[in-house]
Structures are given as C-alpha cells and as structure tokens.
Design a protein around this ligand. Structure first.
Ligand code: SF4
Length: 328
C-alpha cells in the first residue's frame, strides 16, 4: 500500500488542492479561518499523517474512491498515496476550531478575512456550536481564532469571555488573536491553555509591506511575554512561507522565536483569489518545505522544545504543515 510519507505529504501541501468526484464533495459551510477562508477542504489521512487539501477543479491531484472506504490520490494518473478521508468536526478533525470574528480592521496583503468581511459570532452562538460538536463524542480540543472588529483589546475581552464559558466542556482551549495590552494575562486567567500570536513574516523589510498596519516587534514582545505566562511549548506563531522571504531570514527568525520558547508554524502561503496581484505569493516547493521542516526540527531540538505536546490548534491538527516530532 502506498502510504503518505514525509516527501509525499510535502508534495501534497505544495500543491495544496485536489480534484474530486462530486459524490465526495464536502458539504456544509466553507472554512472561515485564516488566509484560506471561504474555501472547501478535505482531510486525507494515511499512516498517521494527515493533510488538508482544498477542493479545486483542474488540480493536478485527483482523488479516487477505492473499495473498503479507502481513497487514493493520483498525480498524472499514478497513485501517490492511499488512505482515508477524515471528517472534520468544526473546520478540522477532532477540534471545534471556530473563527469568532470573521472580519478585520487590518489589511495583511495575503489574508482574505478583511476582504470577506464576514460576521461576528456571539458567545451564545459559539457555545451552541461547541455543544453540538461535543454531542458527537469526538470533541478533543477547542481552538478559537478571531480577526479584529474594532480593536485588539476589545477582541481579547470578547474571546476571554467566551473561553470562560467553554471551560465547561473540559477539553483544552487554544486561542489565536492579535496581541493587546495584557492579552496573555487576560486569556490565561480566563482559562486558555495555549496561545498563538502570528508574526506572519519573519523578514522585517517585507513585513512592513505585507502587514502594513501591524508591528513585528510588538508581536515578538507579546510572544516572549506569553511564554512567561503559558510556558514553553504552549505558545505558537504562524510564519507564512512564499511571500518572497529568504531562507536565511527564516532561519534567523525561527532561531529567535524558538530561543524565546515559541513554536513557529511554517505555513505555505495560500494565494487567495481575493488577494491576487497584491503581494508575491508563491507556493513553496516540496523540497523547500521539507528542508525548512528539518531545519525547524533541529532548532526545536536545540532549544528543548517539542512539536508533539500541543493540545490545540495547528500543531495538534497537522493538516497544513510538516510538524516536527509528528511528521518527522
Ligand atoms: S493545520 Fe491549522 S489551519 Fe490547517 S486545517 Fe488544521 S487547524 Fe486548520
């Protein structure tokens, strides 16, 4: 059987999409989280590795149904991996991963959220969604993410209020928000177990172009402070790969984050059609993804950090990235 090894997962992430027969098409709402917001996804799992792929006609990868509930992924008619489709709970398997505020006052050039300008979920709505997910018996973690409707401070208070209510489900809770004054203290006191503040781009010059309204230094300061409050292995930061950054700046930035006790999430850029032409967005090759993941693992090892202890979010899910200590 053709299992998904590291090289194959890197190939699939690099492609990012799969074409699939109508019968398999995921139903239900499209994802509202992050740069790929608005797209439909599947989760393909094989030999303890899992990958998320967007569903797209014309993708070089095709999904084919096999006997016994299995599926195969084909490239140019040749099978590259065989496995099963995992059913997402809310956004991803086994987690209720919810975007509270689907709009944002900032204008990071790779992100579809400000363009989609979606709704804002009430505390009641989030509780209902998690309760429904919990009823399936599959709920293992809750992850909340949020754009910024009016100010980062207000958003942190909104999410903290929701976190307090979600403690009743007795599963780990992770939060990904824009840092604000005392945000780590507030969210920890509310009951969050893990936190993510995204640096997005580790090249300081490029950062000012892709995230013109945000301060890289301020995010780094917030991350350092967060480790003091949440502890090592409990603080994460997304780093987008494919915006034109050099591997040298990435290496230095990864070292800096890991030196603080932060786990970087190396995320292949998603060239959302709503952002076409605004900024360079080139999906990294499988070789680059694998090389960067190996470097990241070395750096985490050097700093005594672990990629396999995360209880929430992307290090737990593993769908979009090559996760050290899980995939390699
Ligand atoms: S890795 Fe993160 S962004 Fe990707 S599907 Fe999983 S939870 Fe969502």
């Amino acid at each position: 059987m053709m299992v998904m090894d590291l090289r194959t997962k890197a190939r699939l992430i690099s492609s990012g999409t799969v074409e699939m027969p109508e019968i398999f098409r995921p139903s239900g709402p499209a994802s509202t989280a992050g740069p790929g917001a608005g797209e439909r996804n599947i989760f393909f799992s094989s030999d303890e590795k899992m990958v998320r792929l967007g569903v797209a006609d014309g993708s070089p990868l095709k999904l084919e149904e096999l006997d016994g509930g299995e599926v195969a992924i084909l490239e140019d008619g040749v099978e590259v991996a065989r496995g099963i489709l995992e059913k997402p709970l809310l956004h991803c398997p086994r987690q209720a991963y919810i975007t509270v505020c689907e709009r944002c006052i900032y204008d990071c050039k790779f992100c579809a959220v400000p363009k989609l300008s979606g709704g804002v979920k009430s505390r009641k709505r989030v509780l209902e969604m998690v309760a429904k997910a919990n009823d399936t018996g599959d709920l293992e973690a809750i992850s909340l993410t949020s754009g910024v409707e009016r100010s980062p401070e207000e958003e942190v208070d909104r999410v903290a209020d929701i976190v307090k209510d979600l403690r009743r489900f007795g599963v780990p809770i992770g939060v990904s928000v824009t840092p604000a004054r005392r945000s780590s203290e507030i969210l920890k006191a509310a009951g969050a177990d893990e936190i993510k503040y995204n640096v997005e781009c580790l090249d300081p010059q490029l950062f000012t172009k892709v995230c013109p309204d945000v301060s890289l230094d301020r995010i780094k300061t917030a991350l350092e402070r967060a480790v003091g409050i949440f502890g090592e292995n409990r603080v994460f930061s997304n780093v987008i790969i494919g915006l034109g950054e050099s591997d040298q700046t990435l290496q230095e930035g990864i070292e800096e984050l890991a030196g603080m006790g932060v786990l970087p999430v190396l995320r292949a850029v998603y060239p959302h059609p709503l952002r076409a032409g605004e900024v360079e967005m080139i999906r990294p090759t499988p070789e680059r993804l694998t090389d960067l993941a190996r470097r990241l693992k070395r750096v985490l090892d050097d700093h005594g950090l672990r990629g396999d202890v995360a209880e929430t979010g992307c290090y737990r899910c593993t769908g979009c990235d090559l996760i050290p200590h899980r995939d390699l």
